[in-house]
Design a protein around this ligand. Structure first.
Ligand code: FMN
Length: 102
């Protein structure tokens, strides 16, 4: 029988993704505030994932990994961040708004 997390003492893994990577960004400050609020909640194991720490290529194939299967390129620089996102049960993406059109 599969055990749901609700049936165990194991906490849900929450990934908080810092979506801004520009020089001088404010994103990490917001992300650490979000993490502190989530810690206060007490129900999560929290992983703050800073995309600036990953060597993500500027372009990837149009087909998502699910459809591309084994043919999908797995750049070395994405391995760690991919593993951390795969391990997460829930995500919060902290992202700024840039150049919104009216
Ligand atoms: C190039 C640029 C464009 C922006 N465009 C918008 C916008 O269209 N609407 C908005 O509400 N804020 C806009 N902002 C404000 C950013 O959302 C805000 O400064 C945010 O904190 C930036 O996040 P970051 O510092 O982590 O990159 C813009 C900021 C920059 C630098």
């Amino acid at each position: 029988m599969m055990l749901d997390r609700m049936d165990t003492d194991e906490k849900s893994k929450l990934a908080i993704v810092v979506g801004s990577v520009r020089d001088g960004r404010f994103g990490p400050t917001v992300a650490s505030w979000v993490a502190s609020r989530a810690r206060e909640h007490g129900g999560f194991d929290i992983d703050v994932v800073d995309l600036a720490g990953a060597d993500i290529p500027l372009s990837l194939p149009a087909a998502p990994p699910k459809f591309a299967g084994d043919g999908y390129p797995r750049p070395e620089g994405m391995k760690a961040v991919t593993a951390r996102l795969t391990a997460a049960d829930a995500f919060i993406i902290v992202t700024p708004e840039y150049n919104r059109r009216r």
